[in-house]
Write a protein that binds this ligand. Structure first.
Ligand code: GLN
Length: 500
């Protein structure tokens, strides 16, 4: 039974296809694991036992009928509660959506179902994906399986914690400013932000539409590649979806796993170091750079001066778009409705519902965004932020003229204690210092585990950044680092289910 939950997605799919184990047995093993540990971890907001078992039965029936199974058929997955699921509650971590049951599937949800992936349930997240710790969820925090008193990152802390706690071998996150990569880093798992426009946003509850991007979370690079290929591809229902073939990501991961990076040019981003970066994080990062060199890559230092302005630019652009996107929660169409006693105007009911239904961080962002977009301030704030966005894109373009990928720590520190930054938004925002530039520019990036920080024995993530539409490079380099670390440190991250 333990093997069923320890196996990688690739191993599980192969075992199901070979008839060594049934999809139902695999699903049940994960549901049992969730039953045993999720009271402590709180990775899930909703476990869909019936849906999972019936999807697993369908895979087993397909196999029995001799039909061909896709590469992830029967593999369980934890889905961030920001993608709509037909008939299954979807809250985006907010009270304002409590009780809402979507009448349709997001394109990503549909693709997972079509691939025979078994969706176990919906994972906890910061409300509307605003946060870096999952403490902003209206439904209580998630614990980091490495140390339950610490945060699992955010906003997709539930998805990352589900992987680290062996509740699911695959998960889905969304990355607007780092919400896939930062949780990946602090839980010792792999997370990828695909190129903007390559994974459909149809049915993804919008936070900041020009930045939001769904992507894969897994315990290994190969598993992330398999999941990435299953969810990517053009979608006419998303107006920003790119009409281009899906890149050969699985092939790139397999190539990388051979450990040869001859000819790959790596740039170390100079600006992502110094004050605020934990010593043990930098130590593991520097060792990873040496590993890359040892595998045949050439390593140079690269300067991206505009990256220092990424955080302030993001905190104008993202709240501006959020203030507009969240206007749809008006008490009339979805979920919560407060004060509708027949005496109040629709406007008053909307105001009372938004007052009761949104948490403090969401309100902070709506106010900030409304202010930044208001007449008289629009050019000074929103307009300037957009110019910074262009400068950041230019920094990337200049760098990628000389190197194939950039690298940095994913996040300046390891997982911090729950509560430590809860009352200090600025300290919280700093967790995304290294991840935000890629959202502003729209390119692709991965976080891959690179060991434990010596001072606290908590996971550290290596960020690999590639140009837009070159996501395959992430998988080649990420798989090479993963393979090399396996040899050097025995990769406790992937072998030991944290004791819970
Ligand atoms: N932590 C960042 C924020 O709060 C990023 C969130 C995300 O990527 N969804 O906006």
């Amino acid at each position: 039974m333990t093997d069923l939950i320890r196996n990688t997605a690739a191993e599980t799919a192969a075992a199901i296809a070979a008839g060594e184990v049934s999809a139902v047995e695999v699903a049940q093993a994960h549901l049992d694991r969730i039953g045993a540990v999720d009271e402590k971890v709180h990775a899930f907001l909703h476990v869909d036992t019936d849906g999972a078992l019936s999807a697993a039965r369908a895979v087993d029936a397909k196999r029995a009928a001799g039909e061909e199974l896709g590469p992830l058929a029967g593999v369980p997955l934890a889905l961030k509660d920001v993608f709509t699921t037909k008939g299954v509650p979807t809250t985006a971590g907010s009270r304002i959506l409590e009780g809402w049951v979507p009448p349709y599937d997001a394109t990503l949800t549909r693709r997972l179902k079509d691939a025979g992936v078994v969706i176990l349930g919906k994972t906890n997240m910061d409300e509307f994906a605003m946060g870096s710790s999952t403490e902003n969820s209206a439904f209580g925090p998630t614990g980091n399986p490495w140390d339950l008193s610490r945060i699992p990152g955010g906003s997709g802390g539930g998805s990352a914690a589900a992987l680290a706690a062996y509740e699911a071998p695959l998960a889905i996150g969304t990355d607007t400013g780092g919400s896939i990569r930062q949780p990946g880093a602090v839980t010792g798992t792999v997370g990828v932000k695909p190129t903007y426009g390559t994974v459909s946003r149809y049915g993804l509850i919008a936070f900041s539409s020009s930045l939001d991007q769904g992507g894969p979370c897994a315990r290994t690079v190969l598993d992330a590649a398999l999941l990435h290929e299953a969810i990517a591809g053009h979608d006419p229902l998303d107006s920003t979806s790119i009409d281009a073939p899906v890149l050969p990501l699985v092939a790139a991961a397999r190539q990388g796993a051979t450990g040869d990076l001859t000819g790959v040019r790596v740039g170390v981003v100079k600006e992502f170091a110094g004050e605020g970066y934990q010593a043990g994080v930098m130590q593991r990062f520097n060792e990873s750079v040496e590993i890359l060199r040892g595998l045949g890559a050439t390593v140079v230092e690269v300067s991206c001066p505009s990256f220092s302005y990424a955080l302030p630019a993001y905190y104008l652009i993202a709240p501006s778009e959020a203030s507009s996107n969240l206007a749809r929660f008006d008490a009339m169409r979805y979920g919560l409705r407060v004060g509708d006693d027949g005496t109040r105007s629709a406007e008053d009911v909307t105001a009372l519902t938004r007052e009761a239904g949104f948490g403090p961080e969401v309100k902070r962002r709506i106010i900030l965004g409304t202010y930044a977009l208001s007449s008289g301030y629009y050019d000074a704030y929103y307009g300037s932020a957009q110019k910074v966005r262009t400068l950041i894109t230019q920094d990337f373009a200049r760098s990628f003229a000389d190197v194939d990928v950039l690298v940095s720590p994913t996040t300046p520190t390891t997982a911090f204690p729950i509560g430590e930054r809860a009352d200090d938004p600025m300290a919280m925002y700093l967790a995304d210092l290294c991840t935000i530039p890629s959202n502003l520019a729209g390119n692709s990036a991965m976080s891959v585990p690179c060991g434990l920080a010596p001072e606290d024995n908590l996971p550290v993530g290596l960020q690999i950044i590639a140009p837009a539409m070159a996501d395959d490079r992430l998988y080649r380099v990420g798989a090479a680092v993963e393979a090399a670390l396996d040899n050097q440190w025995g990769h406790p991250l992937l072998e030991e289910a944290p004791a819970l």
